[in-house]
Design a protein. Structure first.
Length: 196
């Protein structure tokens, strides 16, 4: 790797990184709108869903643009997954608070996300930047699909409709499996790295 390549990795202000930063800014906005949406404000409910979909779209766009234009940076490798975690964990916490999702699921996801974040930061101290894996991206996608489903203002609610409840449980099972499977992949990968 040349000195110029190293300089490119340290760039912060480019389109993919700005999209990542925008996703981080949207997190508190989404949480507030969701809270008000589930407590009687239909407009807030729809706004929360739209903000989440837009934020989720930036997750797809930033990575796609970074790879297509050669704009992959250390900032993006670190902050893109953090932005994903902030968005999904924020959503799961507020969905648990309003009774749409069991706390057991949110606690498992939070433990996984915080544990893998700690692992990544530990490796970073040794100069090892761990980008998001394919399984990690699949996990994020599954979690986001689940969140959109639970956020959607179905008439009568998700859990009061048997068919919708079955779909919700299937989405929960898929998201949970990918959450644990991707975590195991990171742990195995870390254990296989040569010790210094």
């Amino acid at each position: 790797m040349t000195k110029s390549d190293n300089a490119d990795l340290d760039v912060v202000w480019n389109t993919p990184n700005v999209l990542t930063m925008a996703r981080l800014v949207m997190v508190p906005v989404f949480i507030v709108l969701t809270w008000y949406g589930f407590y009687g404000s239909t407009s807030s409910h729809w706004a929360a869903l739209i903000v989440f979909i837009v934020a989720a779209a930036t997750d797809h766009l930033d990575g796609k643009i970074a790879r297509a234009r050669g704009l992959v940076t250390n900032f993006g490798k670190i902050w893109d997954p953090i932005a994903d975690k902030a968005l999904t964990l924020g959503a799961f916490v507020v969905l648990s608070l309003v009774g749409m999702l069991g706390w057991w699921f949110t606690v498992i996801v939070a433990a996984r996300e915080l544990g893998i974040t700690w692992l990544r930061s530990h490796l970073l101290k040794d100069g090892i930047v761990v980008p998001a894996s394919f399984a990690g991206k699949a996990k994020t996608t599954a979690q986001m699909v689940l969140i959109v489903f639970l956020l959607f203002p179905f008439s009568g609610g998700v859990w009061e409709n048997t068919a919708l409840a079955v779909v919700a449980w299937i989405l929960i099972a898929i998201a949970l499996w990918l959450t644990l499977h991707s975590a195991w992949g990171y742990i195995v990968g870390a254990l296989k790295r040569p010790q210094r």
